[in-house]
Design a protein around this ligand. Structure first.
Ligand SMILES: [Zn+2]
Ligand SMILES: [Zn+2]
Length: 445
């Protein structure tokens, strides 16, 4: 077996029995090219290439029950050991996994021991849905969470809910707890995935969540560096293997998940309660009582935001966590920081991408730039951008919250004073907007 390549994230620490554990930066949710809205050019070599530039060491294959993607994965990965695979250039480790939708449209993330188990899983779920159409990389299966968990455990895998708090398809959009959804199978569920619109502080205000590990994943639909690895986990493993990953996710005492990293939840597109057409945001109470969840400004549907859903279920003060809970580091993808520094329209413009590449050429990968590299050097590389990275690291960032399907907007500042002024004005603008929507609504009723 080839040892993992050291990266900026690499470190060694003696384990309980004198064993060496290493930390791996893992993105454990993404899609293959046969899921809705995914680029048809997405491939294992592209994911492997991009993940190294990002600084990720372990990815999930995604969508593994899809026959064509399975064949692609099988042709492009070689088994490294014990259920972990590598691309042929030995850039990235891959774990076998997928996301499925259950009979009530709730999404679940599934991890499987190897490709043989994936083939068995495919056979077992085949009777319950269409697996191989061009858009069903994430298949809809006529199975309850309990039934799915039974199938997954029969083939030796483990699972938990994906983007657990989002409207439409998150577990908490229908259930009040993980246990309620999985019934008798609940004891087999080791984790819940937070999704882009929530973080650890929010999720732990629900006491029943304290028994689960939290994972944070990108749910990437492309390999662009502001999508792949926009959320990830640093996990300590004795070796990269399926069993070790499963052990780490179950571990409640060994600090195996070192930290979660991801967007500030305000950047998530379902953070606040908002209209799904014009994105006007509403206090939940007004949305329900005055507007019956119909937008008074445009007639669209108002979608209850993740923050409000969590508040409804909250029974524990913010900041109270179980002892094993790791920190959650808010991240902004480097391409988005560069976009802000250059006042560019999108993180995908040529200029932003070329500056992003300059940083990667110097610092090897994005996680190194965002977390580990010294600020003085980052500024020396490019003062304009380096200072924005520094501002981000020092918390000089404010997010206009997302909602209704529209991402929130980050704003970076050169000083605390500048930020305070912006926040004050943003508050005024939002109060004005609410007043305006309210007046409009009175005419409408
Ligand atoms: Zn999903
Ligand atoms: Zn509207």
């Amino acid at each position: 077996m080839r040892p993992p390549t050291p990266t900026a994230a690499f470190f060694k620490k003696p384990g309980e029995n004198g064993e060496t554990v290493k930390s791996f930066d893992c993105d454990l949710q993404l899609h293959g090219p046969y899921a809705g809205g995914v680029s048809k050019y997405l491939s294992i070599p592209l994911l492997a290439e991009q993940s190294r530039l990002k600084g990720l060491e372990i990815l999930v294959t995604g969508d593994i029950q899809h026959q064509k993607w399975f064949e692609h994965v099988n042709a492009h990965l070689i088994e490294n050991q014990n259920g972990v695979y590598m691309d042929k250039d030995e850039k990235t480790f891959f774990i076998i996994g997928t996301e499925v939708e259950d009979h009530h449209r709730i999404h679940h993330l599934i991890y499987l021991p190897d490709l043989t188990a994936a083939a068995e899983f495919r056979e077992k779920v085949k009777p319950f849905g269409i697996l191989d159409c061009s858009m069903c990389g994430r298949p809809k299966l006529r199975q309850s969470p309990e039934q799915l968990s039974q199938i997954v455990s029969d083939v030796g895998g483990f699972m938990g809910p994906g983007h657990s708090f989002t409207p439409y398809t998150g577990l908490f959009s229908r259930y009040d707890s993980v246990a309620e959804a999985y019934g008798d199978q609940a004891k087999k569920i080791p984790f819940l995935e937070l999704g882009l619109s929530a973080d650890t502080d929010m999720a732990d205000t629900i006491l029943s969540n304290h028994q689960y590990a939290f994972l944070s994943s990108s749910d990437a639909h492309s390999a662009w560096p502001h999508r792949l690895g926009r959320e990830w986990n640093r996990i300590r493993l004795k070796e990269p293997s399926f069993k070790e990953l499963e052990t780490a996710v179950w571990d409640r005492s060994g600090e195996r998940i070192e930290f979660n990293a991801g967007l500030n939840p305000r950047e998530g597109k379902y953070h606040a309660t908002a209209c799904n057409l014009c994105y006007t945001q509403y206090p939940l109470r007004d949305a329900i009582e005055s507007f019956k969840m119909k937008c008074p400004a445009c007639g669209g549907d108002i979608k209850r935001g993740v923050a409000d859903r969590i508040k409804m279920l909250s029974d524990t003060p913010t900041g109270k966590h179980p002892s094993f809970r790791p920190p959650y580091k808010h991240q902004l993808p480097l391409a988005e920081i560069i976009q802000l520094a250059l006042f560019a329209k999108s993180p995908m413009t040529k200029n932003v991408q070329s500056k992003w590449r300059d940083y990667i050429d110097v610092y090897k990968d994005e996680i190194n730039v965002l977390i580990d590299a010294p600020e003085s050097e980052l500024i020396e590389t490019n003062p304009e951008i380096g200072n924005k990275i520094k501002a981000f690291r020092n918390g000089l960032v404010y997010y206009t919250p997302g909602g209704g399907g529209k991402y929130g907007e980050p704003h970076l500042f050169d000083s605390q004073k500048e930020m305070d002024q912006f926040v004050l004005e943003a508050g005024k603008r939002s109060r004005e907007k609410n007043k305006f929507s309210g007046q409009k609504s009175l005419k409408g009723f």
